[in-house]
Design a protein around this ligand. Structure first.
Ligand SMILES: Cc1cc2nc3c(=O)[nH]c(=O)nc-3n(C[C@H](O)[C@H](O)[C@H](O)COP(=O)(O)OP(=O)(O)OC[C@H]3O[C@@H](n4cnc5c(N)ncnc54)[C@H](O)[C@@H]3O)c2cc1C
Length: 506
């Protein structure tokens, strides 16, 4: 603990109170990783251990802490629930982690103007539950809503349930309160009306900036009237071709489902291995669709949609099984225990290329000897968020590293189809290198807002090592190609079967 750290620590304690700041090793270790465990060898490259962990209680405290950090040029890393998994919420080279989950109040709900104002540490589920008590609801939210915070999902600019009808994270926002890297507090938009025709769209600048431009300290989120009717149904397809045709026909119709997504049968096979769940798996793709709104309109939409799907050889899944599938929506990675690690990765591909994307993903997994499940969500008429996940074991370092090549190859595949990888975080900044002009402009924006590079540095536009240099894109690519080779040579990692509740092997 350096003298400098001690001095800063006591300044911070004066701001938030001793009970909300810590330099204890154990606390710092807890904040040195997010939901994705990393082998210790990563510590040779990144210094993910924060120097200080702070739990601010309000915007002014955040601003005062940032002012201290700005003066002393210390990294500040905003963190929600740490469920993102791309290292965005852990330091690249030490600094102050701001755990925003203490700022978890809902300030107000405006029923007339259909919006709710909340602090960044509130979970999306809490907002939706609160809105439901007022006969309102969120348009869209991440499937990790029970844990994911407002600041976290907006920070990543993600997509989720309801995105097909109501858009991604950024589309849910009316205005944000943000603490800038020099400690100023700004409001990006307006609480009651959309931010049209007012110059730069500052709200959008912060959405998806992964905490590198400022800290969201308050958000006003749009609400919608609670739907009078919600209808969930599912269809199985034996052939990938038919499932893709069905999706194409739905997006080219005038139908507007709230949710349109699918899983492959392996996903359900893995779930069957984890617990007593018994999903049928006699299909290739299971499409899940949700319509909601006025009762008569929903009924009509469902009928039209089912008609389209039946013509594409879809077989409707019975109600009980459909409900079981839908109830799984918050627990996409329940199969984790089989790994013992499950590593998801998301890419965006065009709807026109979905069949090819799935075929290539499967081929890739086979060549790298990976066991994968595939899930996907339609984000709009053109875009599919494809999220395969693979099983690995971070305690087997060489094999774990070799498996990481899958993400690189998947990203390359998405780009070749006209799409792109989702999220950059701590590791994937080198993916931006191919878009040199974009990277340059993003770097200019970052420098203009954060000239001292204190706001979540070493992420998104650069993958910075603990030694002060960035991972060069060519080294990143070459390294992952080598890992791919290793993955092909090493034996396949078998997934475990776990004991079910009766204590028998499934
Ligand atoms: C089962 C499961 C399902 C998931 N489903 C989805 C899904 O449907 N859609 C989806 O997009 N993701 C999904 N995810 C990934 C993850 O849950 C989401 O990205 C989530 O929104 C992250 O929220 P968090 O609070 O955990 O953020 P963190 O992981 O803590 O942080 C994420 C990023 O946001 C930044 N950040 C956090 N708080 C702030 C703030 N106040 N101001 C500025 N920046 C901030 C961090 O620095 C970091 O870069 C899922 C994950 C799991 C485990």
């Amino acid at each position: 603990m350096s003298e400098m750290s001690n001095e800063i620590f006591s300044e911070i304690c004066k701001i938030v109170g001793k009970e909300n700041a810590s330099m204890r090793k154990l606390d710092r270790e807890v904040y040195s990783h997010d939901i994705s465990p990393l082998p210790g060898v990563f510590g040779l490259v990144f210094d993910t251990l924060p120097d200080i962990v702070v739990r601010p209680g309000n915007s002014q405290e955040v601003s005062n802490i940032v002012k201290v950090a700005y003066k002393k040029q210390i990294p500040v890393i905003p963190r929600g629930a740490g469920t993102w998994g791309l290292g965005g919420a852990v330091p690249a080279f030490g600094g102050i982690v701001l755990d925003m989950t203490r700022m978890n109040k809902i300030h107000s709900i405006d029923k007339d103007n259909l919006c709710i104002t909340a602090e960044p540490g509130v979970t999306w589920k809490k907002i939706d539950d609160f809105a439901a008590k007022n006969s309102l609801g969120l348009g869209a939210y991440p499937s990790s809503a029970p844990a994911a915070t407002v600041g976290g999902w907006l920070g990543t600019g993600g997509v989720g349930l309801g995105t097909y009808k109501y858009g991604g994270a950024g589309d849910q926002v009316r205005t944000l309160e943000v603490v800038l890297p020099d400690g100023r507090i700004i409001e990006t938009g307006f609480e009651k009306v959309a931010n049209n025709s007012t110059g730069f769209d500052l709200t959008r600048l912060f959405v998806g900036s992964e905490g590198t431009l400022g800290i969201i300290t308050k958000a006003t989120i749009k609400l919608r009237p609670k739907p009078k009717s919600t209808n969930v149904f599912a269809f199985d397809f034996s052939e990938l071709e038919d499932a893709c045709m069905s999706i194409r026909k739905i997006v080219h119709s005038n139908l507007r489902p709230w949710h349109l997504g699918f899983f492959d049968s392996d996903h359900y096979r893995f779930l069957n291995l984890t617990e007593n769940s018994k999903f049928t798996c006699d299909f290739k793709i299971r499409l899940i669709i949700v319509f909601e709104g006025e009762k008569e309109i929903v009924e009509n939409e469902c009928n039209i949609c089912k008609n389209i799907i039946e013509k594409c050889k879809g077989r409707e899944v019975d109600k009980e099984e459909t409900i079981k599938c839908w109830e799984e929506r918050y627990y996409e990675f329940r199969a984790k225990h089989l790994g013992p690690t499950v590593v998801p990765y998301e890419v965006f591909v065009p709807v026109s290329g979905i069949k090819e994307a799935i075929e290539q993903t499967e081929k890739l997994a086979k060549s790298l000897k990976l066991t994968i499940g595939i899930g996907a969500t339609l984000c709009d008429e053109n875009t599919v968020a494809l999220m395969p996940y693979y099983f690995s074991d971070e305690s087997k370092v060489v094999r774990f590293l070799s498996h990481l090549s899958f993400t690189k190859k998947l990203a390359d595949m998405s780009i070749s189809l006209g799409g792109h990888p989702a999220g950059l975080g701590l590791f994937y900044a080198p993916f931006l290198a191919k878009r040199a002009n974009v990277l340059e402009l993003m770097t200019d924006i970052k420098c203009a807002l954060d000239p001292k590079n204190i706001m979540n540095p070493g992420k998104l536009i650069e993958s910075s090592t603990r030694y002060g240099f960035n991972i060069p894109p060519f080294a990143f690519r070459a390294g992952l190609e080598m890992f791919a080779l290793a993955s092909k040579i090493l034996p396949r990692q078998e997934i475990k079967m776990v004991e079910n509740k009766e204590g028998k092997e499934t």
